[in-house]
Design a protein around this ligand. Structure first.
Ligand code: ADP
Ligand code: MG
Ligand code: MG
Length: 252
């Protein structure tokens, strides 16, 4: 589904990604871990097409197409979803309205019929029910005054409504108490499917107790320096990032 090869990217003239390669197949959950400033959020931002990120070398193929050639809206329409590390607040814009606009933009780009407010409300109620999220979030402005946990839960809810093929979660577990963490993890687990892939960027092993990844990668200084299965995350928890990438490749 996703093939990243030798990706180099700059932010404000500074090279952050320095030859990152990663392959993700449909149905897989990949955890990306790594020290602060390694380029994890930059990777998510480059994949979603956020402004200000300049790709200087390498390629990203998504379902066989050149992802980097698409505008951000076209990427979203093609099923790429990014949950931001710091979700934005949009005061005065109702959450349901915002989500319907996003869902309909996606449908329109795919040549599908847009949903009217009744149809959308029905879809939203179904998703809230399966995700076990209270409908109180619907009536508030987008993320305005939301607690950290509510913002993250709202992102998972957005993801459930938009049904992406490739979901990138950037530290969706940060700052969550254990109940909120479990709820986010449950949401991810419910959305796992053979035709959907996840890139879960996380600092901590804790989330991976609840969402068991197929692969764990360490991103350090703009590259994937080590890959393994979930035991790599446990090893990192124990030993930290020192020495990672200097050892033999995983499995060698
Ligand atoms: P991580 O998510 O792994 O902590 P980031 O991708 O956020 O790392 O950041 C990697 C590096 O790029 C850091 O040195 C950070 O300061 C820099 N950086 C990221 N985004 C910006 C930006 N918008 N402007 C300037 N520097 C940035
Ligand atoms: Mg960081
Ligand atoms: Mg980050």
């Amino acid at each position: 589904m996703l093939k990243i090869e030798n990706l180099h990217a700059r932010v404000e003239g500074k090279e952050i990604l320095k030859g990152l390669s990663l392959t993700v197949n449909a149905g897989e959950v990949h955890a990306i871990m790594g020290p602060n400033g390694a380029g994890k959020s930059t990777l998510g931002n480059v994949l979603s097409g956020r402004e200000g990120y300049e790709v200087t070398a390498g390629s990203v193929s998504y379902n066989g197409i050149d992802l980097l050639a698409l505008e951000p809206e076209a990427r979203a329409a093609a099923g790429v979803f990014l949950a931001f590390q710091y979700p934005v607040e949009i005061p005065g814009v109702n959450n349901t309205y915002f989500l319907r606009a996003a869902a309909n933009a996606q449908r329109k780009a795919r040549g599908e019929k847009e949903l009217d407010s009744m149809q959308f409300l029905k879809l939203v109620r179904e998703k809230l029910k399966v995700m076990q999220i209270s409908d109180e979030l619907l009536h508030r402005a987008v993320n305005e005054g939301f607690s950290g946990g509510e913002k993250k839960r709202n992102e998972i809810f957005q993801m459930a409504v938009l049904e992406p093929q490739l979901a990138i979660l950037d530290e969706t577990d940060s700052g969550l108490d254990i109940d909120a963490l479990k709820q986010v993890a449950q949401g991810v687990n419910m959305l796992r499917s053979p035709d959907r892939a996840f890139l879960m960027i996380t600092h901590y092993q804790r989330l991976l107790d609840y969402v068991v990844p197929d692969f764990v990668h360490v991103l350090a200084d703009g590259r994937i320096v080590e890959s393994g299965d979930k035991s790599l995350a446990l090893k990192l928890e124990e030993h930290g990032y020192r020495g990672i990438g200097e050892s033999q490749p995983a499995g060698a």
